[in-house]
Write a protein that binds this ligand. Structure first.
Ligand code: CMP
Length: 154
């Protein structure tokens, strides 16, 4: 099974949508295997956003991500990285599809509520950066036979 890292960004914490975001992923049938609140620092953000380091908005992005705590989550499911990206919507929130998290609750290019792992390789790197092994709980979710066919989760 795949895993994806979600951050509820500082604006999502301020806007009070932590519960809404968890609720959406839970209702979808995804499994929460890690959850914590933390403040991000320069060292972590430089690694996290290394691919954005030459972008004109990098300094602003870092200042924003340090402004208030974030909530980090690790979600598990079949092809969960792509599923979550679809549920989150595009970066420019005011143009994101209605029904997505950004489409329903945000308007900005920067203040877009959530970070979602971009692909499976990045998801693995982000899981290691964000969670220690003792912060990950691979519990048995007993409703999976009602969520997936056997062959979908092999
Ligand atoms: P996300 O796509 O999750 O990851 C990169 C983040 O940088 C993005 O969300 C926004 O929060 C922020 N971002 C992207 N483009 C801009 C921009 N042009 N100006 C300010 N922030 C941006």
């Amino acid at each position: 099974m795949e895993r994806s890292v979600i951050l509820v960004k500082p604006d999502g914490v301020q806007r009070g949508v932590i519960g809404e975001i968890i609720h959406r992923f839970e209702r979808k049938g995804l499994q929460l295997v890690g959850l914590k609140m933390l403040s991000l620092d320069d060292a972590l953000l430089d690694e996290w956003y290394a691919h954005h380091k030459d972008k004109p908005f990098f300094a602003k992005l870092k200042a924003y991500m340090k402004s208030y705590p974030v909530v980090a989550m690790l979600w598990e499911g079949a092809q969960v990285v792509a599923t979550i990206r679809k549920m989150v919507g595009i970066t420019l929130a005011r143009e994101a599809e209605a029904g997505t998290i950004r489409g329903d609750f945000a308007m900005s290019q920067q203040y877009n509520l959530v970070h979602a792992s971009e692909n499976t390789e990045i998801a693995k790197r982000e899981e290691q950066l964000m969670f220690t092994p003792s912060e990950i709980f691979p519990w048995k979710k007993t409703d999976f036979p009602h969520v997936y066919l056997d062959e979908e989760i092999k």
